[in-house]
Ligand binder design. Sequence first.
Ligand code: SF4
Length: 755
Amino acid sequence: MAFDIEMIKAVYERMPARVEAARKLVGRPLTLTEKILYSHLWEGTPTSTFKRGVSYVDFAPDRVAMQDATAQMALLQFMQAGRPKVAVPSTVHCDHLIEAKVESKTDLSVAVNKNKEVYDFLSSVSDKYGLGFWKPGAGIIHQVVLENYAFPGGMMIGTDSHTVNAGGLGMIAIGVGGADACDVMAGLAWELKFPKLIGVKLTGKLNGWTSAKDVILKVAGILTVKGGTGAVVEYFGEGVTSMSCTGKGTIANMGAEIGATTSTFGYDESMARYLASTGRADVAALADTVKEHLTADPEVYADPATYFDQVIEIDLDTLEPHLNGPFTPDLATPISKMKELAEKNGWPTKVEVGLIGSCTNSSYEDISRAASLARQVAAKGLKTKAEYTITPGSEQVRYTIERDGFIDTFESIGGKVFSNACGPCIGQWARPGAEKGEKNTIVHSFNRNFAKRADGNPNTYAFVGSPELVTALAIAGDLTFNPLTDYLTNEAGEQVKLDAPTGDELPTKGFAVEDAGYQAPAEDGSSVEVKVSPTSDRLQLLDPFKAWEGTDLKGLKLLIKAKGKCTTDHISMAGPWLKYRGHLDNISNNMLIGALNYFNEKTDNVKNQLIGEYGPVPATQRAYKAAGIGTIVVGDSNYGEGSSREHAAMEPRHLGVRVVLVKSFARIHETNLKKQGMLAITFANEADYDLIQEDDSIDIIGLTTFAPGVQLQVVLNHADGSSDTIAVNHSYNDQQIEWFKAGGALNIIRANVGK
Ligand code: SF4
């Protein structure tokens, strides 16, 4: 599907010299993660070393992948860059906007109608700028990437947190915001803090009921949802080589649930088999030529404590199937303990629905193992107690499992097949009765189980398990059922036991598909027209932001002094606003509506200094904009933590906020503000936060001599005629100062096109 073999060849050709240079510089054997990172430096062959958890490093990723919800703003911004084509191979995947309601075909056609303008835009912009476009129904981004694009030793970024899934095929694959994707597609470097390294050694071999999913459920229990933050998790050991490539994908996928930057695995035969089975034997043959660079140096795995910042060891021989939840993916419970814990915690034990599939667990192996259990329902005279749904990860998987009879098997136990899309995994599940908010339990093989995530009901207790365990629990209809030890009563009143699941790693007859849903871009896209209706409320072409006027900023009104935590969710809320991710003006109506006003302790209620009345933040800001008056937002510590969504920086910029002054920034948000041409500054003395008054008119002094490391002055003109002048810091480097002056990084890229 147009994977770029020449690009992969080039990566492998330069890898040996770069790895060797890095090994010399670092002065010791290298982990796999280090080899991939050092061979993807923006500067080329490494000339210096980096400190884990400290150094910010510029990288040159090989690929970009985007899902439909995040691709809209990324591509609208890319259009601003003025480039005729994307600089690296990039793809768009239509998966997030499809609701699961009736069954796959009906749901897909509803989604195609409902989201037509978004799909038309994504399709035409992909066509024009050289991106591969995966139509609605083609599958979920991470499954499609694994099947078509991931390759050992590669580096990719993607606008979705589960981009990390491609680590199962030996990549360093990292989830980013749309602005980062835009930069890389425009041919710029991508910055990342050099990660810390966690080594996970897997001994023994998966057996019986235990699957790859249980490895990551166990790891999540050990590390918790924050334990992987800032780190890459590298798996190794005999347990890894005996595991399927798609099993590795499942483990890498849920690395997002421990906050890890990404996870990866060394190249092995399971990857070669998977590549060959998915039509990429040539990639495997190329990987074989550099295979010593596609795994760590032997000394590393022999003595992991010396080379990793943290090492965890898990014995697969004794690992039990786990169920994690409810409400958090790190609450790990071995199945043998579930009865006791469910009773103790009052978790509802009747399983209402079992859901398998998603980007996390819809490999051929997963499906075939789940089907081996479904077949036992009839064979043992059982009746499935819970509802049961299947969400295939791609059309290729769906077509193949249908050919091999698994869909018939699932349907024979009452299973319902949803579209090849995110559906119930991301709240796109029109579950009948969910609005009643009743307490109930579901089990699924997805990755996240936060409250409301699947069906919008805060009282749905969602537990995450392997597809095999989910199927067994759906058959039993009981959360406390332990298939390893417990018996079920069949329709004839006999006691029967389920046999352990069995399945095939890969289809013996090979994968098949009639129409995978891929649309190649035009060879020459220059005449392709990008389709955006001027009356659309979901999409809006962007206009370049205005350049800095060349003077100090005087007479800015205080828009809000935010108190306490102010995350990107407070600045640009998600939920119902997701719909407007491609329409900057409409989504700006959520700007800062979650932030707490210091002066009245209310959210979305600030003083409009022009009329002396209180009103919603966006409306107040629009009034200042209409009057041609710039504003300033003041915030507390770690302002802008949370997701990397660029909307949190674009909305204030669009509505005319000029400055964000805080005690400290979350780094990604600070960078996003800089990229959009905003002035992001911090109090030199944090206590000066207390000097800001509600009716202040504020001047920023020193911009005409704006320089790295040089403080600026802020004059607070109070309503009583008094004033305070305070010093503020900034972290702009020379290039970022140019972004500020030009009114945003994209304005610079556009100005440089063709130079
Ligand atoms: Fe994200 Fe779920 Fe879709 Fe996977 S299936 S990409 S986790 S929403």
